[in-house]
Design a protein around this ligand. Structure first.
Ligand SMILES: *Cc1c(COP(=O)(O)O)cnc(C)c1O
Length: 423
């Protein structure tokens, strides 16, 4: 559920009218709801409370929404962070997330990023190859530190999601192959500067079925037992993120966090480890919208084009993964029409929806793209010299700009003309 509702014919974010907000900050703009983020964070925490040994660590996947205001909100709810770069690690620290609650994932950690994470004293490195383990061993040894590590294991399970957000098949770049994991652990346990402490798995994003997750987790359970039998002190299992959120109200809703928690309870019984979770989309997806204004409606061959002032550079998901976002008029006129919703960017891929049945809108109307809180603002670019979209956080009747709209001057000023281009 979320806190974007119609009140007296006007779509609101909590108690704030989106008409008023658009007047104040302009469009396009990302708008997030504090109450929705809090609610989702609590619902997930409740769903996994009591599982495993000790309290589970919930490490929010920072890449889903890295704004430090969002991170600090989650830090206040006890969340840690799953980071995939030195930059995300800095954001998590800036937001006040304790280093021991930070997990570092990703296939391409550099030497500099490893050194920085060791200096910060992060809780766990999720290693994705033996080559990476060897480098971390060198860096940690040189610094006189011990890096707490887990291997991300690729269970070769099809997550049943879009190919571009599927990560747990053997042909994907992520993790070490399941079958060679025991040998990899044996080699890495012998390296200086590393303390093997767990296993990690993450098979993909926007999962709408628990069965692939359960298959993956069952394989991880067998591996935990095998690694213990080999003498490794496996005290942590990181079960990743990936639980889907409802984008299309006409499709069956994805499994609830409670159903996910019940499945995890069943499959992890007897593991005797502390559990880590890395939800991203689930926490912030439905907590954000992209607020945009219709520039004009242009007749099409059969269906009109609604040209909005947000483009694929502001919200990449439809162009990148054929993602579906619900679209609602902020002041609905009471009737529907079929439209192609497109942005102003000079690419045919700059299409948000084709032949969509939606609220009828005209030039000047405001439109909200729903479920844009995850993988939205963070993926934005300045393609077509379009400055980065601002982000607004609403809290009841109040709101704050949590990232200002980039100015075109700032964008252009970043370019440098060397002398030989203008002799
Ligand atoms: C992206 C990612 C997540 C979060 O995935 P969601 O689908 O947003 O929950 C968690 N863990 C890792 C390693 C990731 O790469």
């Amino acid at each position: 559920m979320d806190h974007f509702t119609l009140r007296d014919g006007v779509l609101h974010a909590e108690d704030v009218s989106l008409v008023r907000l658009a007047e104040a900050v302009g469009t396009p703009a990302y708008v997030y709801s504090t109450a929705t983020i809090r609610r989702h964070a609590r619902v997930f925490a409740d769903a996994v409370a009591g599982l495993g040994r000790g309290a589970p660590l919930i490490a929010f996947a920072v890449k889903a929404n890295p704004n430090v205001a969002v991170l600090s909100l989650l830090a206040g709810l006890g969340y840690g962070a799953d980071v995939v770069s030195g930059g995300e690690l800095r954001r998590a620290r800036r937001a006040g997330i304790a280093p021991e609650k930070i997990v570092f994932s990703g296939v391409g950690k550099t030497e500099a990023e490893m050194a920085f994470a060791l200096e910060e004293g992060i809780g766990q490195f999720n290693l994705e190859s033996e080559e990476e383990a060897a480098l971390l061993s060198q860096v940690a040894s040189r610094m006189g530190r011990t890096a707490p590590v887990a291997f991300r294991v690729n269970p070769d399970v099809d997550a049943g999601t879009h190919a571009k957000i599927s990560t747990g098949r053997s042909e994907n770049k992520f993790g070490i192959p399941y079958d060679s994991a025991p040998a990899a652990y044996a080699r890495v346990a012998a390296l200086p500067g590393l303390a093997v402490r767990g296993v990690a798995v993450h098979i993909g994003s926007q999962l709408t079925d628990l069965a692939p997750l359960e298959r993956a987790f069952a394989k991880i359970g067998a591996l935990v037992a095998a690694l213990r039998a080999d003498g490794h002190a496996i005290a942590y299992a990181d079960l990743g993120g990936g639980l889907g959120v409802p984008y299309d109200p006409d499709r069956p809703a994805p499994p609830s966090p409670a159903a996910y928690g019940a499945m995890v309870a069943r499959v992890t019984q007897g593991w005797d480890v502390q559990l880590l979770f890395e939800p991203g989309r689930l926490i912030v997806g439905n907590a954000g919208i992209l607020l945009t204004r219709v520039i004009r409606v242009k007749p099409g061959a059969s269906t009109p084009f609604v040209i909005v002032d947000a483009g694929m550079n502001d919200l990449m998901r439809p162009a990148l993964y054929d993602a579906w976002h619900a679209m609602r008029a902020v002041t609905p006129r009471g009737d529907l029409f079929s439209a192609n919703i497109v942005g102003p960017v000079c690419e045919t891929g700059d299409t948000f929806a084709t032949e969509r049945r939606m609220d009828r809108v005209e030039g000047g109307d405001l439109v909200a793209f729903l479920t844009a809180g995850a993988y939205g603002a963070t993926m934005a670019s300045t393609y077509n010299s379009r400055p980065l979209t601002p982000e607004i956080l609403v809290n009841g009747p109040e709101w704050a700009t949590i990232r200002a709209r980039q100015t075109i001057e700032a964008l252009i000023d970043a370019d440098i003309m060397p002398q030989w281009t203008h002799p």
